[in-house]
Design a protein around this ligand. Structure first.
Ligand code: ATP
Length: 199
């Protein structure tokens, strides 16, 4: 699976629709200080579901929407799409190209899409779980994250290994399963109570 292309519109410094294509091999993004290089990696993390705007170097979620300049009006929404080549079906879907989109309006409304179809953030998490490019993966390593990993506790480091080893997807499913069992137990309890009243 390869990231083929990225489209940004209204995201941070990218006011207009901007398309970046990634060839095979290494792509280096170079430019003067403050020209928007880190905004590109912020955009990748944002689409993959980053919910903590501080991780994207903002204070409030609106900060990721183009705020305008002296000559340009602010944008009403930010939208970023990532295009993945899925011809190897590393992502569990029949599509050979997968487009993941996130859109945020100034009103605070947020939308997610997989191949232009509205979806939940959870669907994106499920699709990318254990592929190495999920939200908490090592695919995007910010300048401060290296220090954090080196200084992290063994339990925190274990979560990283679990994601890389492909275990976290099953842990998530197990947690869902246990929640459903607990809910069923509660329902059974209620039914038993009702039956004892009726008897
Ligand atoms: P450096 O090389 O110094 O790390 P960089 O190329 O990585 O810089 P970024 O940090 O990606 O640059 O971009 C910073 C620029 O993005 C600043 O000029 C800032 O004004 C602009 N910017 C950030 N958020 C917004 C926003 N919401 N609207 C408009 N511009 C924004």
């Amino acid at each position: 699976m390869q990231l083929l292309k990225m489209e940004l519109r209204g995201f941070k410094s990218f006011a207009d629709k901007t398309t970046l294509t990634f060839d095979k091999g290494i792509t280096a993004i170079v430019g003067p200080n403050g020209s928007g290089k880190s905004n590109i990696s912020d955009a990748v993390r944002w689409v993959m579901g980053e919910q903590n705007v501080r991780q994207l170097r903002g204070q409030k979620s609106e900060d990721i929407i183009f705020a305008g300049t002296q000559t340009r009006r602010p944008q009403g929404a930010a939208e970023v799409s990532l295009y993945f080549d899925n011809s190897d079906h590393a992502l569990d879907t029949e599509f050979t190209e997968v487009v993941v989109t996130r859109r945020l309006f100034r009103s605070g409304d947020s939308e997610y899409y997989i191949n232009r179809r509205p979806c939940r953030l959870k669907d994106i998490h499920i699709l990318f779980a254990d592929t190495g490019i999920g939200q908490d993966s090592m695919a995007v390593i910010g300048q401060n994250r290296v220090d954090r990993i080196l200084n992290s506790k063994p339990e925190e480091r274990r979560v990283i290994f679990e994601e890389v080893a492909g275990i976290s997807r099953f842990k998530g499913r197990k947690a869902d399963g246990l929640r459903k069992i607990a809910e069923t137990e509660r329902n059974l309890e209620r039914i038993r109570d009702l039956m004892s009243v009726l008897e």
